[in-house]
Design a protein. Structure first.
Length: 394
């Protein structure tokens, strides 16, 4: 029987991976990835069953039962995230495609984008493991799947070797794309230009809403785990606020789809359905994040095993203070190239009593700012060094 800690690690990693793969499946219209998402959804269900059994066996007193119930709430919310991802994947398998210009806008303007590249003969990372190549730390792009011939490697690990001809699916900050492209193909390429397939009235506004829903739902999940790790009620309340915003945005998008359906040709109706389902899935993901955050807002006891488990997940979440005269003090996030140079994605900033969620490249950091970021363990060290206060010599 697996331990609670092992199950928590796998549940968090799998729930995050399944969302990444679901968005990749619909953006690249890839049925293989969609089928993997549905398989992982079943895996999450099996892990939740195991978690229930292990938790029941481990709780011998009332106080133990209370802390275990919080862990079960986390696991249950993660399963709902997997279910929402499964709904997105089902769109692909049923032939509901997003319009091409919608895909282009999402890939270009999402807070974290998804890319697909083939490893060339000239690539410097060919025949190296992911750990040796340090792709995530050097570019801010994390490889979530590899297609090798007719075979797939999902959620590749540090010891996974990259071969020439492999197709890499990765996600991360769009500003890391040129560096990622150069390492994978041997040739540098700037961020691709947008192309327009068909003009649709108010499409930009609708897609902006969808992109924001996607980004905010993923942010809500990250912040919900952050609130648990650091037992921070401010962060937990921010998750509740984000979920409320997503509720309102979903209704606005539905209103636009209903108005547009009568003006668009029938062959585009499948694309509108896909937009609706994506919006609903994003809102469901945020609902699940709220369930996790409510463990903090309702002051539920959580077993210490949770903190241990989070230290062993694929991506870690850190909360760091910007020190006086450090490398980030007075510098914009984009200018410092935080994600490209460290592989750490800055999700939120607390400045005084105010929260800045989804900070932009132009957001300037200042001493005393508290930043929440996620990424690799190696990236944590690099970011921590950038935050260390420095004494200036006269």
């Amino acid at each position: 029987m697996r331990t609670v800690k092992d199950l928590l690690v796998d549940i968090k990693d799998t729930s995050e991976l399944v969302v990444d793969l679901a968005y990749s499946a619909i953006l690249f219209d890839n049925e293989d990835i969609a089928e993997e998402v549905l398989d992982l959804e079943n895996v999450l269900s099996d892990m939740l069953k195991q978690m229930r059994i292990v938790s029941i066996l481990s709780a011998r007193r009332v106080d133990e039962a209370e802390s275990v119930s919080a862990i079960l709430q986390i696991a249950g919310a993660s399963q709902k995230i997997g279910s929402a991802a499964g709904d997105i994947a089902s769109l692909v398998l049923r032939g509901f495609k997003l319009p091409k210009n919608v895909v282009n806008l999402i890939l270009r303007h999402s807070e974290e984008t998804v890319v697909k590249l083939v490893v060339s003969e000239e690539s410097e990372i060919a025949e190296k493991t992911l750990g040796e190549s340090r792709l995530h730390t050097r570019t801010g792009m994390r490889v979530i799947a590899i297609k090798r011939g007719f075979d797939w490697i999902f959620n590749p690990q540090r010891d996974t070797k990259i071969l020439k001809g492999d197709t890499l699916f990765a996600r991360g900050d769009i500003t890391g794309y040129p560096s990622f492209h150069e390492l994978v193909t041997g040739k540098r390429k700037e961020i691709p230009e947008e192309s327009v397939e068909i003009e649709i009235e108010d499409l930009d506004n609708a897609v902006d809403t969808l992109i924001e829903m996607k980004d905010l739902s993923e942010l809500a999940v990250d912040l919900s785990y952050s609130s648990l790790i650091y037992q921070n009620e401010d962060v937990a309340h921010e998750v509740v606020y984000l979920e409320d915003r997503l509720d309102n945005m979903k209704f606005e998008l539905k209103k636009w789809v209903l108005k547009s359906s009568s003006r668009l040709p029938e062959e585009m109706h499948n694309g509108l359905i896909a937009l609706l389902e994506l919006a609903t899935a994003s809102e469901n993901i945020a609902d699940s994040a709220r369930e996790i955050a409510e463990i903090v807002t309702e002051k539920m006891d959580i077993h210490p095993i949770f903190a241990e488990a989070m230290r062993e997940t694929d991506e870690i979440i850190v909360m760091l203070e910007v020190g006086k005269n450090c490398d980030l003090d007075g510098v914009a996030i984009g200018e410092a190239k935080v994600e490209t140079n460290t592989g750490m994605h800055v999700m939120a900033i607390k400045r005084g009593n105010q929260w800045i969620t989804r900070p932009k490249a132009g957001t300037t950091l200042t001493k005393g700012d508290l930043i929440i970021a996620k990424g690799t363990r190696e990236g944590e060290i690099l970011l921590r060094n950038m935050c260390v206060a420095k004494v200036l010599s006269n």
